[in-house]
Design a protein around this ligand. Sequence first.
Ligand SMILES: [Mg+2]
Length: 332
Amino acid sequence: MTGFTEDELVQAVRTILGGAAPGVLLGPGDDAALVEPGAHVGVLTADLLIEGVHFERASIAARDLGHKSLTVNVSDVAAMGGSPRYGLVSLGVPPDVELSWLVELFGGIRDAAQDYGMSVVGGDTSRAECIVVSVAVTGEVAAAGAVTRAGARPGDRVVVTGALGAAAGGVRLAREGDRAALTSDWGRALIAAADRPSARVGEGQTLAGAGASAMIDISDGLARDLGRVCAESHVGAAVRLADVPVAEALRPFGAAFGVEPLQLALGGGEDYELLACLPPERVEDARAALRERFDTALTDVGAVRASPGMVAVAADGSERPLEPSGWDHFAA
Ligand SMILES: [Mg+2]
């Protein structure tokens, strides 16, 4: 690293992340952190964000990247029905990165930790060829309350939180680089969805409490992530295309750039909404609880079936295979 020493960076990070936090006996700065273990089962997850693979330095603000690096991990904890507790952040830093950029990155990490009621307690830095943000998050979940991908049963309803496809729309729009579109209300909404996603922590716990038989966060698109649940649960699923909650901002984007909004909702990634399977009699209560507690929509998009494979159901009731990449409207 040039322009600043590793000690200067560590000092800056301690200033940004330091301070007393619940459960943290010793925070960043020593050989290791000391935390209270918590009363429940531990949830552990890790995620890598690599420049040129997961993001481009020029197209995301450092603060947003920091926030997102924690969010993608917290989303995995949420998908188990758990709550996040502690985070470790390790960075690969190329020589041309300024200390101010790293301070912004850690500012975003601190903002996210506050949003999710957790503490970042340590990490590491190293010189690298490109920016690497490696985050590990621990959380906890009551043993009986953990929800995996493996419990879906034939007859369960498939439900999703929020609306889908906006993040994928944002990525496409950033690539188009159309100034008028980027500064429109819908353009800003799409970019924000891509750069500043939120993890659905409270919603995940509510869905777990409502009796979810399986759950996953939608990081790679509804079709692909539902496919993962089906594979782990040894079931199939039918998705009614007309019921898929397509993000509003995708409609003007689709009209302007000739993109099918439903395609992005089914096949686009990085929404970090939750997909759960619920016994039919639990859906109404879960929907009411999500609306009341979080003002989050819950949409019934289809059903779990005993027969393997996923199908897309059109408005007229006809069925065709649902590919992991989404629904190909040219195949209609
Ligand atoms: Mg996940």
